[in-house]
Design a protein around this ligand. Structure first.
Ligand SMILES: Cc1cc2nc3c(=O)[nH]c(=O)nc-3n(C[C@H](O)[C@H](O)[C@H](O)COP(=O)(O)OP(=O)(O)OC[C@H]3O[C@@H](n4cnc5c(N)ncnc54)[C@H](O)[C@@H]3O)c2cc1C
Length: 400
């Protein structure tokens, strides 16, 4: 059954760049656009910045280095890492990177350039940084659709406490993590075929102090599984992250897994208490754009003329990937660009690109581009690269 609604939606705001989603990708994006003097609105459906990296309690900022002593991700990716521990690290403080200029200490045996930060502090510090830079943040604001011309988005339709409204824009950054805007706009997208295993990361206090409990291990993509190696699943079920009913069921299962874990903990530590649990679904991969190019995990150490920065592989030491600009957009919707965990990658590359430093790298690049044009098919990539380089980004592995 269908209900026909007759809607007249007021336009309540307009901006040069609309960033949809305030996770690490959206924060990097909004910051970069505002610094280029553009009017920026950042809309976020929850009431804090950071997405999975704060509300999702995923507080490990994975490495900016290749694990062999070379830093590969720079610019806002490094700025946000440093911001995240500016009032103290929660754990995993890499003194070889943060306190030492001695490159000989940055060896494969030493710590990688990654930190564990406090979610709430980061969310507040990121909010202050964006506001100081002139970003207008709209919390509690859900993007629910788009108003589209032939191959461009004219406005994004949002809903919040004031009701349904439209925001007009020149260009849009889809940093929703789930590629919602591209999906609404009819850009080509692809879903994560394998589905996500259940996770229930939460914090507790007890005799060992304040602790992050990483309940529910990261999955291994189907094509990389060693025969016989089993993924330990909390429940025998996988989740797409794209269905309202399913997300609610997953959330309840995640809460139950938290309780089970805590009760087991209490067998050793009777006063253990949970202090915070995720307020956003802990979904690793859901939907991504099918861009003009798609990055594959076999393309490590490959030179790309249109590279916008580099990332490493958090799972192993050595691999370095240049990220092509053409993986961020589809020519089907000319003023839409993606950032974060919804850029164009193969399933096996997705597991590498979905993590926080990579999201910050694509966030900075996407919006630097969005501030320069409202038609990504016509962007002068060399100009984009010059701006990124001026902001401290190193584009190619040969330049490290
Ligand atoms: C269990 C788990 C463990 C992980 N472990 C690590 C780890 O140890 N280290 C690491 O670096 N990474 C880890 N990751 C991955 C990493 O946390 C995320 O992939 C990364 O933070 C994603 O950033 P993002 O900005 O692309 O997306 P998100 O963090 O998902 O941010 C998207 C934001 O957009 C908002 N949003 C979504 N849809 C809409 C809409 N329609 N309208 C308005 N707002 C919207 C959301 O509320 C959210 O704030 C883990 C992920 C999971 C699930």
């Amino acid at each position: 059954m269908m209900i026909n609604e007759n809607l007249t939606t007021p336009v309540t705001a307009s901006c040069d760049v609309l960033v949809c989603g305030g996770g690490f990708a959206g924060i990097a994006a909004a910051l970069s656009a505002a610094r280029q003097g553009k009017s920026v609105i950042l809309l976020e459906k929850s009431f804090m910045l950071g997405g999975l990296g704060t509300a999702g309690l995923v507080t490990i900022y994975l490495p900016l280095c290749d694990g062999c002593g070379r830093q590969v991700s720079f610019g806002i990716a490094e700025e946000l890492l440093r911001l995240s521990i500016s009032l103290g690290a929660e754990d995993r403080y890499p003194d070889n990177w943060l306190d030492s200029d001695d490159p000989s200490r940055r060896t494969a045996q030493d710590k990688r350039f990654q930190v564990q930060y406090n979610a709430q502090l980061f969310a507040i510090l990121a909010e202050q940084l964006l506001v100081q830079n002139g970003v207008r943040i709209l919390y509690g604001t859900y993007a629910v659709g788009v108003s589209k011309g032939e191959d461009r988005i004219e406005a994004v339709i949002v809903e919040n406490k004031s009701g349904r409204q439209a925001i007009k824009l020149h260009s849009v950054v889809d940093a929703t993590g789930d590629c919602d805007i591209a999906h609404f706009a009819g850009a080509p997208t692809e879903n994560f075929k394998q589905g996500n295993v259940l996770a229930a990361w939460y914090y507790s206090v007890g005799q060992n102090g304040y602790k992050l409990n990483q309940v529910g291990a990261a999955d291994i993509p189907e094509d990389q599984k060693t025969p016989g190696r089993q993924v330990q699943m909390l429940v025998p079920r996988r989740f797409t992250g794209l269905d309202g009913e399913e997300i609610s069921e997953m959330t309840q299962l995640s809460h139950a897994a938290t309780l089970n874990h805590l009760l087991k903990k209490r067998e050793m530590d009777e006063n253990a208490l949970p202090v915070t649990m995720a307020t956003t679904p802990q979904i690793r991969m859901s939907r991504r754009i099918v861009g003009e190019a798609t990055l594959h995990d076999t393309q490590l150490h490959t030179f790309f003329e249109d590279s916008i920065g580099m990332v490493s592989d958090w799972r192993s030491r050595g691999p370095v990937y240049e990220v092509p600009f053409s993986t961020l957009y589809s020519a089907k919707v000319k003023n839409l660009i993606t950032a974060g965990r919804c850029t164009s990658v193969t399933d096996s590359m997705w597991d590498i690109m979905r993590v926080i430093p990579c999201c910050a790298v694509t966030g900075e690049a996407a919006v630097t581009a969005a501030a320069m044009t409202d038609d990504f098919t016509k962007l002068n990539v060399a100009e984009l690269q010059s701006v990124l380089q001026a902001n401290g980004v190193i584009l190619h592995e040969r330049d490290l």
